[in-house]
Design a protein around this ligand. Structure first.
Ligand SMILES: Nc1ncnc2c1ncn2[C@@H]1O[C@H](COP(=O)(O)OP(=O)(O)OP(=O)(O)O)[C@@H](O)[C@H]1O
Ligand SMILES: [Mg+2]
Length: 232
């Protein structure tokens, strides 16, 4: 499937969610994290998802990023029903098209900063030296090249977040999904990341960002609000 936005902007929406619902079954019963969500995202959009803690933002982003599945409803990605994709097709799309920045970084402690950033490239037929060169370039974008040989535990929270951003960009994704990308950054570094997002969107990449920060939400083209799993 080609979800490429910057080179081939198609007429149809990139993402269509119809009556999307996500239920978690716990000992306490069924917890509906996402309720009947309808959302259309066009190629090249830059949208922010806002809402209080626990309202379902990370759950929605995980479904958009093919990291989780909905309980019911439809998810069409570039016209294809995501439910019809097998596990390999999902992994392929995730690896080629989607950059994901997790709320909790998810860096691997045993790998250096450079190795962490290069990791998504290991699924490509590419020589190690080339992978490392691309990873270093990605680190330069977030001003972290000088920490390439450090391990995640040797970095501040904000620095780890910048490495996580570099890792999400290393595959040159057409869709960037970011869960609170500035949540652990001081205002200077948060500004660096937001400027980078502006650039990435101007290049044609589709960005969907969860943020509590209204200053940054306003820099996107569209803000949607989630409240208790319901999109307003
Ligand atoms: N694996 C899970 N099992 C059961 N319930 C879950 C699971 N993951 C999330 N939930 C529940 O789904 C709801 C939404 O969680 P989610 O992490 O999406 O919220 P959020 O909006 O990202 O919150 P925050 O702003 O604090 O990150 C919460 O009530 C949470 O308890
Ligand atoms: Mg969250």
């Amino acid at each position: 499937m080609n979800t490429n936005t910057n080179k081939n902007i198609s007429e149809q929406p990139l993402i269509i969610l119809e009556s999307l619902t996500k239920d978690f079954t716990t000992d306490a019963g069924i917890n509906s994290a996402i309720k009947d969500v309808n959302l259309t995202i066009n190629a090249g959009d830059y949208i922010s998802i806002a809402g209080p803690s626990g309202c379902g933002k990370s759950t929605l982003l995980s479904i958009l990023g093919l990291l989780d599945t909905s309980t019911s409803g439809q998810y069409l990605l570039n016209g294809h029903h995501v439910h019809d994709l097998d596990v390999y097709q999902r992994a392929e799309i995730r690896n080629r098209e989607i950059g994901f920045i997790f709320q909790a970084f998810n860096l691997i402690g045993d790998l250096t900063v450079l190795e962490n950033v290069a990791l998504p490239l290991s699924y490509r037929k590419m020589k190690k030296a080339e992978r490392m060169e691309i990873a270093m370039h990605s680190l330069e974008k977030v001003n972290m090249a000088e920490r390439a040989k450090f391990y995640p535990a040797q970095l501040s929270g904000g620095q780890q977040q910048r490495v996580a951003v570099a890792r999400s960009l290393v595959v040159d994704p057409s869709i960037l999904l970011a869960d609170e990308p500035t949540g652990n950054l001081d205002s200077v570094n948060a500004g660096v990341i937001m400027d980078l997002f502006d650039e990435l969107n101007e290049e044609g990449r589709t960005i969907c960002m969860v943020t509590h920060d209204t200053r940054f939400a306003k820099r996107s083209r569209r803000i949607v609000q989630l409240n208790d799993g319901v999109l307003c």
